[in-house]
Design a protein around this ligand. Structure first.
Ligand code: HSE
Length: 403
């Protein structure tokens, strides 16, 4: 018999309780042991929930209960969740999490702590919700030297951009709609400004390239500067604006990592990823491109990944398999400054100098104000673009994803 405690009874935590209970019989059969939920820790009470009798408020009850084998951490954030995770691992309990902030900030040390105590620290649900990506990246693609990861990693921003593209909604209206549908995080800043996608690309890049990559090392730009004008110009070339997290292994072993809106051409499968779906494209030197696609957020898709990790922890008890990486270094990561790409530029009225970099690729949209100009450049670095635009105050500048 394996006993489980859930920390945090929000959307994901309650989904985990539901899946563990409703699918309990076949979960037990698959791992050859019944898996039972013993505690739900939260600061709140849930008198109307079927799980009300399991609700407690004191973590030390879990920490000191030798019957609890597995702690599911769905609190979120990197403060209380960090403390409880360290205490649970130190008490010899495996921890399963959906907490991307904690894994991105402290994953390396928590995995070391898990090793010290011979237990698991598993985090499949931290990236891509229900999409299997962590274990495939580490195990199924193990034969490859991984070269590049490009992902639509945040469902809320993908939804907002889709509503701007397809529905003609302004950014503000699309955000309000995403909030009303319950997609955006409690504080939408983390979604909209790209921090959520940043944490996820940090986890993927750390796993793929073997060294901890911290969010503070990854330049991050969100989607709040994207306008309907940009959407229209991009559309005139069959491109869609998408928020991408990218990590590229360079020849010298360093990693270029960043998060930014990109124009994505219709020939790229990422351009067809709509709604709150996520997709992660991985390039390996043997497999070429492979793409993982599915529901990147939501109660039951995320719970699906968490409960699968609970099952893995039960199956591998006593001989855990570590999906870990080495420590980071200040010079291991660099921003995208040296990465050449074509650029999309929108200007209110270009000078002759700026006109020289239009490279014959002007864009058009209906009802553009007098003088407004948008164009795609040839591939160049951001520094070269800035030099060519010296003296201009562009209304918008976004990278174009090259195939
Ligand atoms: N707010 C996140 C998203 C939830 O929209 O993708 C899943 O991490």
């Amino acid at each position: 018999m394996a006993k489980v405690a859930i920390l945090g009874f929000g959307t994901v935590g309650s989904g985990v309780a539901q899946v563990l209970t409703e699918n309990g019989a076949h979960i037990g059969e698959k791992v050859h042991s019944p898996v039972e939920l013993k505690y739900v820790l939260d600061v709140r009470d849930f008198p109307d929930s079927p799980f009300a009798p399991l609700v407690i408020h004191d973590f030390s009850l879990i920490e000191n209960d030798p019957e609890v084998d597995i702690v599911v951490e769905t609190i979120g954030g990197a403060r209380i969740a960090w403390e409880f995770t360290k205490r649970a691992l130190t008490a010899g309990k495996s921890v399963v999490t959906s907490n991307k902030e904690l894994v991105a900030e402290h994953g390396c040390e928590l995995m070391e702590l898990a090793r010290e105590h011979g237990v698991s620290y598993l985090y499949e649900a931290s990236v891509g919700g229900g999409i299997p990506i962590i274990r495939p990246l580490k195990q199924c693609l193990a034969a490859n030297e991984l070269q590049e990861i490009t992902g639509i990693l945040n469902g809320t921003t993908n939804y907002i951009l889709m509503r701007m593209i397809r529905g003609g909604l302004s950014f503000d209206d699309a955000l309000k709609e995403a909030q009303a549908k319950g997609y955006a995080e409690a504080d939408p800043t983390a979604d909209v400004e790209g921090h959520d996608a940043c944490r996820k690309i940090c986890i993927l890049a750390s796993l793929a390239f073997g060294r901890h990559i911290y969010p503070a090392q990854v330049p991050t730009e969100g989607i709040s500067a994207v306008t309907l004008a940009d959407v229209a110009y991009a559309g005139s070339r069959g491109c869609k604006l998408k928020l991408l997290g990218r990590a590229i292994r360079e020849e010298d072993g360093r990693v270029t990592a960043f998060v930014a809106p990109h124009l994505v051409g219709e020939e790229d499968p990422l351009s067809g990823v709509d709604d709150v779906f996520n997709a992660i494209k991985v390039k390996g030197n043997a497999i070429g491109d492979v793409m993982f696609y599915g529901r990147g957020a939501g109660k039951l898709p995320t719970a699906s990944a968490v409960v699968a990790d609970v099952m893995e922890a039960v199956r591998t008890k006593g001989a855990p398999k570590y999906l870990d990486w080495g420590p980071g270094a200040p010079d291991a990561v660099r921003g995208p400054d040296s990465l050449e790409s074509p650029w999309y530029v929108r200007l209110s009225a270009p000078s002759a100098r700026a006109a020289a970099i239009m490279a014959g690729e002007p864009l058009a949209r209906e009802d553009a104000p007098e003088g407004e100009t948008a164009f795609l450049t040839r591939p160049m670095t951001r520094a070269a673009l800035d030099a060519a635009l010296a003296g201009e105050k562009p209304l918008s500048v976004f990278r174009v994803l090259e195939g």
